[in-house]
Design a protein around this ligand. Structure first.
Ligand code: CA
Length: 242
């Protein structure tokens, strides 16, 4: 059973979130503040966290960083402010996705399922329903690409980091392979949607979510990247660390 920690100080909202998630078959626990959340993340080790940013004891972004310091659990942030800069900062601080309040139960469940699915770890895990339009990796060359300790083999569709195979989803693989073939070049999210997703009109947030999962599997953070460097307002580039 998938377990979810709901972090929310408002008792009415908290109760309603718990009801919605429980009704969808999730095992739910809650915390009313940031320190309670940190305790649950450490002790209960939920599969995902829904984190309200307006908490009484900790600034939401700080709570997020502290959770990230303890765990790689997927975090879905609920924010009251629809502020692009703040949202980018949250994604850079380790949020996997976000919802802007007020949101519906349907939105919550959809985003949460997507985060859980995208971050599902496991060698060779494929994302059901996310197959590329042509059934294959779009435009991938056949020769292996090496960048630092990263080795990407398009034929075998495997990625090794320092000799260890990473369990990437199909989309994460295509994204990483595309960035690696264009190493050193800044690629915009629009361009990634067009080249990797082949769906230029999909929300750019999709790219952020996949980059966030990919970063985690590469063992790095947006704030201290080794391979995947965000160029704010422009896009992302893969660099070969020295
Ligand atoms: Ca609140």
């Amino acid at each position: 059973m998938t377990s979810v920690l709901v972090v929310e100080d408002d008792p009415t909202i908290r109760t309603s979130l718990i009801e919605i998630l429980t009704a969808h078959g999730l095992l739910v626990r809650s915390a009313p503040d940031g320190f309670g959340a940190l305790r649950e993340v450490t002790q209960w080790q939920p599969d995902a966290v829904v984190l309200d940013l307006g908490l009484p004891d900790l600034d939401g972004a700080d709570a997020l960083r502290m959770i990230r310091g303890l765990s790689q659990v997927p975090v879905l942030v609920a924010t009251a402010r629809d502020d692009e800069r703040e949202i980018i900062d949250l994604l850079n601080a380790g949020a996997d996705d976000y919802l802007v309040k007020p949101f519906s139960g349907g939105q919550l469940v959809a985003r949460l399922s997507a985060v859980l699915r995208r971050c599902a770890v496991g060698a060779g895990a494929l994302e059901a329903g996310e197959a590329g339009p042509a059934g294959g990796a779009p435009g991938v060359d056949r020769a292996p690409v090496v960048a630092g300790e990263l080795r990407i083999d398009p034929m075998a569709r495997t990625v090794h980091l320092a000799g260890r195979e990473l369990g990437l989803t199909r989309r994460e693989f295509d994204l990483l392979a595309f960035l690696a073939r264009n190493a050193g070049r800044v690629i915009s999210k629009r361009q990634l949607l067009a080249e990797v997703w082949r769906q230029p009109y999909v929300d750019e947030q999709t790219v952020d979510v996949h980059l966030s999962c990919l970063r985690r599997k590469l063992g790095e953070r947006a704030s201290r990247p080794r391979y995947l460097h965000t160029v704010r307002g422009v896009g992302v580039k893969l660099v070969s660390p020295l």
